[in-house]
Design a protein around this ligand. Sequence first.
Ligand SMILES: NC(=O)c1ccc[n+]([C@@H]2O[C@H](COP(=O)([O-])OP(=O)(O)OC[C@H]3O[C@@H](n4cnc5c(N)ncnc54)[C@H](O)[C@@H]3O)[C@@H](O)[C@H]2O)c1
Ligand SMILES: N[C@H](CO)Cc1c[nH]c[nH+]1
Ligand SMILES: [Zn+2]
Length: 432
Amino acid sequence: MQRLNSGDAGFGERLQALLAFETAQDPTVDERVAAICADVKARGDAALIEYTNRFDRMQAASMAELTLGRDALEAAFLRLPEAQRAALSAAAGRVRRYHEKQLAHSWQYEDEDGTLLGQQVTALDRVGIYVPGGKAAYPSSVLMNALPAKVAGVGEIVMVVPTPGGERNDLVFAAAYIAGVDQVYTVGGAQAVAALAYGTETIAQVDKITGPGNAYVAAAKRRVFGVVGIDMVAGPSEILVICDGTTDPDWIAMDLFSQAEHDEIAQAILLCPDAAYLDAVAASIERLLPSMPRRDIIAASLANRGALVQVTDLDEACRIANYIAPEHLELSVADPEAWLPALKHAGAIFMGRFTSESLGDYCAGPNHVLPTSRTARFASPLGVYDFQKRTSLIRVSREGADRLGRIASVLAHGEGLTAHARAAELRLTQAD
Ligand SMILES: NC(=O)c1ccc[n+]([C@@H]2O[C@H](COP(=O)([O-])OP(=O)(O)OC[C@H]3O[C@@H](n4cnc5c(N)ncnc54)[C@H](O)[C@@H]3O)[C@@H](O)[C@H]2O)c1
Ligand SMILES: N[C@H](CO)Cc1c[nH]c[nH+]1
Ligand SMILES: [Zn+2]
């Protein structure tokens, strides 16, 4: 794990290298994904099954073996131990309640001449959600994708999730049951994204694909955008902690591990003005790491994209955080509200020492699908708004046709578009 000081010469370059690490990954991924997508588009189910068998070490002979309907999902839910059923239901309840606040409604108003203007909000018809399942299965990601879609009123929700080696995690399917997913296909990677985007004999084409995934999934989503909508291209997980140096160092070490354990190229950064505190966190990391089951992934992630950074003060920490625009920002300080106005760019902000990022991953309520790779500068968390769309409404009255027609006519002639001008002029009611 790198130890940096914001005052050192070369700090900017070293920070930049750390941030750019992800994009410097294997340049052949895009080429391979292009071939997979084209093949699934051309050969449908047959290609999907072949790639699934190859990349996920499966032996499926037909799509029927890779399909689960509502009955199978319910059975998975009923097989769970009571504690898991209760935890899933509690998390789902909190996530649903938070997202209900995001529901947008149609509106309209009338001009003084009786012209009606408005916006009609409708839900998408059919959505495909990608749930990662390569290195670990993520039931929480099922809730975070499906519940906002359900709250929005999406007509049909299908889900894809890889099951490497054929290992099925009941929690994933139970979460799909609770969240109201209609159909699950146990396929993953670029081939699953292509199947959702282009449709196959078994999987009907969707209107939009949401959900995070690895580099293959991200490249495939980029490629099919336009054929279908996508939510965002989510990269590896990220955590940035700003600490005033008084939180238990073990807590902070574990919070850094919590995102590092997702991926060898996950990003974990601590900013603190107190050098002795950074030493203490480094010691916690060294002591705690050997006992972590995913220590190899954590160690790789910290070596690749981890940093303990000594800053001048918390003001500077906020400026650096805004530049990094992390997916998750922990504000582990005495008075988090006081620093909030200084923070602008982050997917989610976790305020105060008791707010570990991991609670947000599972059950706090807000969505855990968040912008990564500095896209929090312009993007937002996944939400109900990703599953709703807006249609403009215009009903021009007789008087309105006269008033608007005169304006439109002048502008249309200015653009040299005579038919536009005539369409407006034909409806003028008062002669000049
Ligand atoms: N942003 C979020 O909300 C969020 C949530 C959970 C996970 N994540 C991230 O999602 C990612 C999950 O990645 P994952 O790998 O565990 O699962 P994944 O489901 O994204 O990818 C697994 C699939 O990758 C494909 N694949 C693997 N090797 C391949 C190869 N050599 N060629 C072609 N395809 C190949 C396979 O088809 C496999 O099914 C991690 O980076 C994690 O940090 C993000
Ligand atoms: N931290 C991930 C988003 O970056 C979400 C997740 C799922 N399970 C655990 N964590
Ligand atoms: Zn996580």
